[in-house]
Design a protein around this ligand. Structure first.
Ligand code: UDP
Length: 239
């Protein structure tokens, strides 16, 4: 095991949209396989890895609420979407020989195990990649908040937030070529400047638990392992 590894235990937050690739909806299995390969590579560095997966490629609760429907029901649908994604990612990991387990915040015992912190830690200690599904299990939250919550529960040394770009910018770099990219920010910088990287609850929870957030591009193959080994490109949010 290399001694220069930056973090020995991390939680990676992968948005549902990362799984859909160039499709407008759903899961592109080749993309899920690539993300799984990146996780395997990072794990081979001797790093404990757990994952919180989003559901935005399938459903978001606000889509129901914006059309006059019940937000809570919409959020239940969104949380169910994360379970579909978690099963897809587990399938990709298992296919490439990585032992992985899905723990859902909403009980569905015929499909996957229910979340408990002790169970999650036991799976991690047994060398499995733990994939958390169902978000926090509560409406009005996001899977970013679930990422911060599970990172704290798992004792993660960092929360890796996989995004479309290689860090945090002052504005959307895809729309504004003059946007400034940051190498390092504090949690307060992110909150005070309203930087759109994770929701406020997630940033506040990581600040409270002194967990750094590492923002990196999910589209760069091998980037997870590169950053863990001291290279790569990311923005680190820490105090
Ligand atoms: N959701 C929820 N509670 C949670 C996490 C997620 O109600 O703790 C619902 C919410 O409707 C959300 C959807 O699940 O829009 C999908 O999650 P999210 O939008 O965070 O997915 P991502 O943007 O990461 O793909």
């Amino acid at each position: 095991m290399a001694s220069s590894i930056r973090y020995r235990r991390i939680l990676v937050k992968v948005s549902g949209e990362a799984l859909m690739g160039d499709q407008g909806f759903g899961i592109d299995v080749s993309v899920a396989d690539r993300i799984a390969a990146d996780i395997r590579e990072a794990r081979e560095l001797g790093v404990d890895i757990s994952v919180v997966i989003g559901g935005g490629n399938i459903f978001r609760g606000v889509a129901v609420a914006s059309k006059g429907g019940d937000r809570v029901t919409g959020d239940h649908m969104g949380m169910l979407a994360t379970v579909i994604n978690a099963l897809a990612l587990r399938t990709s990991l298992v296919k490439m020989g990585v032992d992985a387990v899905v723990l859902s915040a909403i009980a569905m015992p015929e499909i996957c195990e229910s979340f408990s912190q002790l169970k999650a830690l036991a799976h991690q200690a047994a060398g499995r990649v733990v994939i958390f599904a169902g978000g926090t299990g509560n409406p009005f939250f996001t899977t970013d908040s679930a990422g911060a919550l599970r990172a704290a529960e798992m004792g993660a040394a960092a929360l890796f937030k996989a995004t479309q770009v290689d860090g945090i910018y002052s504005a959307d770099p895809k729309k504004n070529p003059d946007a400034e990219r940051y190498d390092h920010l504090t949690h307060d910088d992110v909150l005070n400047q309203g930087l759109a990287v994770m929701d406020v609850a997630a940033v506040a929870l990581t600040r409270e638990n002194k967990i750094p957030i590492v923002v990196f591009s999910i589209h760069e193959k091998g980037e997870l392992a590169r950053i863990l080994s001291g290279g790569g490109r990311s923005t680190i949010v820490s105090d």
